[in-house]
Design a protein around this ligand. Structure first.
Ligand code: CMP
Length: 140
């Protein structure tokens, strides 16, 4: 398996409840290295550009408002097969469907307030990492 990088976001419902450390612990325990990380607050417009692929979905406006409501923690995770591994650790989008021990099963409040985002493929990961980080910010 190849070493990959993926973009992860700890969402406002999780930062609000002081869960950044607990979530990072699960990521690191699974073998993912947090090679870049920062806490920022997005404008609704910035959230909208990030989630542009969902523009036609009925939940788009709600999603953008939520992501801009409070600080988020954006991070780059690195490891073997990191994109799929991260999605496994996160669990299903809807916490009701998430497997035992996953981040969303343990911490998510709803399908919208689901604590964490992770890139869904290599092309998406490249765009999403580039949206938040410069090469200089990824020390490895
Ligand atoms: P995420 O992995 O960040 O990618 C898109 C997000 O849209 C997703 O997680 C959910 O938080 C959100 N989402 C998906 N479906 C719904 C829905 N039915 N209602 C509200 N938000 C949703």
């Amino acid at each position: 398996m190849a070493i990959q990088r993926t973009l992860s976001i700890i969402k406002p419902d999780a930062t609000r409840r002081n869960l950044t450390g607990a979530i990072n612990q699960k990521l690191e325990k699974a073998g993912l290295r947090i090679i870049a990380q920062k806490r920022i607050k997005l404008s609704k417009e910035q959230a909208g550009i990030f989630y542009l692929v969902h523009k036609e979905r009925p939940f788009y406006d709600e999603l953008c408002s939520f992501m801009a409501s409070e600080p988020i923690v954006v991070q780059v995770l690195e490891g073997e097969d990191a994109i799929m591994l991260n999605r496994k650790v996160m669990g299903a989008t809807n916490p009701v469907e998430a497997g035992e021990g996953t981040i969303r099963k343990e911490f998510a409040l709803s399908i919208g307030e689901n604590s964490i985002h992770g890139s869904d493929g290599e092309t998406t990961a490249d765009f999403e990492i580039g949206y938040f980080f410069s090469g200089l910010e990824m020390a490895g």
